[in-house]
Structures are given as C-alpha cells and as structure tokens.
Ligand binder design. Structure first.
Ligand code: ZN
Ligand code: ZN
Length: 215
C-alpha cells in the first residue's frame, strides 16, 4: 500500500527533476507516486511540458505515476482552471494563506470541498490558527461536505496532519485517504511512514485509500 501522492520538483519550489522523484519512488518500492507541483508556478510557466514530461514516464516507470497539481484554496474554490484540471489525473487543494481566524481556514476548505475540480484536500490542519485541532463537532460540516462531494484527505507526513481522530472519522464515513510526503527534494519522496502509521491506527484498510486500484 506504500505510495506518495504529494511531491514537488523544479517545476515549482522543489529541487529535483520529475525523473529523480520517480526513481526515488522506485528505489523505495512505492506502488504509486504523484508529481504535484504548486499551481501558481506551473500555470504561470510551463504547464504543457509539465504534463508532457510526467506523461512520458507513465509508460516507462515501474511504479504508477500520476500528474497532479497542488492548487491553493482561495475564495470560490481552487486556483486551478477547468481546462488544466482536465489534463491532470487529480487536483489537491491546500490552504496556504496565512489566516488569523479558524473560521476563515474552515471557510476556504469548505469552498474547496464544493469545487468539482478538487479531488484531495492537502495537509488539512497545518497552520490552523489556534492551539490544537478543532473538535469533531466543529468539523462535522467539513466531514459531511467531504462525504457528500466525494473528496479525499491526504495524511501528511510532513505536517503530521490531520489528527488521528479525524482520520478515524474519515474511515468510518468512507471518506478516502492518501499518503503524502510533500517532498521538495528527491531523497524525501516516499517518506510517508507517519501517514502509514496513523492510517493503520485509525483502522484504515486498502479500500479506504483513494487510489486503491493502483496499490
Ligand atoms: Zn502545501
Ligand atoms: Zn506541497
């Protein structure tokens, strides 16, 4: 079940190439690796060659390779346009805005959950603007929206979020999960042991993973 759905390359703020990330994934025996560079770099730069280069390794690599983008959760949803989303395997939406109020953070996530282009919510709870993770009661609406709209959450080993209780709740409700290193250098690709550990603790099984069919 080892896989990594969140890695960066030179196409945004990572320091390795697409191929280096894939090679590291192969070396670590991952069954799937995704390239998910930041939307604002790739969309303002070389989107076509990004998709082409990732696509080129799809047939050749020993591991399943997916082309994604890590979009920003902004007012109205994710900052990845429809035409771009169509050329990708999936889209992550992450809150990167520095917010002072927890309500604002949750509002951005709510909008992302209602955006058809979004598949996965990235590092949910990282930089949450108060001490501690919200309670399950406070998150009830978030969980319901994810369930209704068929959205997944990544379990981020880089930020160690979401909390175990939240992941347990996802498993209970059939909300899909993924393992994510958020690697910005090739050597960190596949560093998903925290994700694996809490997924197991939460009672997760293969069918609870978003890309189950490739694992
Ligand atoms: Zn991020
Ligand atoms: Zn990232």
């Amino acid at each position: 079940m080892r896989h990594d759905t969140h890695t960066h390359t030179l196409y945004s703020d990572g320091i390795g190439s697409v191929l280096e990330n894939i090679q590291e994934a192969e070396r670590k025996g991952l069954s799937l690796v995704a390239i998910t560079d930041h939307s604002h770099y790739v969309l303002n730069g070389n989107f076509e060659s990004y998709v082409r280069e990732i696509g080129r390794w799809k047939g050749e690599a020993e591991t399943v390779v997916l082309a994604g983008l890590e979009g920003n959760a902004v007012d109205g949803g994710v900052d990845v346009p429809e035409w771009a989303a169509k050329k990708l395997d999936f889209v992550i939406a992450s809150v990167h805005e520095w917010v002072e109020r927890p309500e604002r953070y949750l509002e951005l996530v709510r909008e992302a959950l209602m955006d058809e282009k979004v598949d996965v919510i990235g590092h949910f709870g990282a930089s949450f603007p108060y001490a501690g993770f919200p309670s399950m009661e406070e998150l009830e609406e978030i969980l319901e929206l994810a369930e209704e709209n068929g959205k997944a959450f990544e379990i981020s080993s880089a930020y160690r979020v979401p909390e175990l209780e939240f992941i347990r709740e996802c498993v209970k409700r059939g909300i899909k999960l993924t393992f994510a290193s958020d690697a910005h250098r090739p050597s960190r690709v596949g560093d998903i042991s925290w994700s694996e550990k809490v997924f197991r603790k939460a009672g997760g099984r293969k069918e609870d993973l978003l890309f189950e069919e490739f694992l």
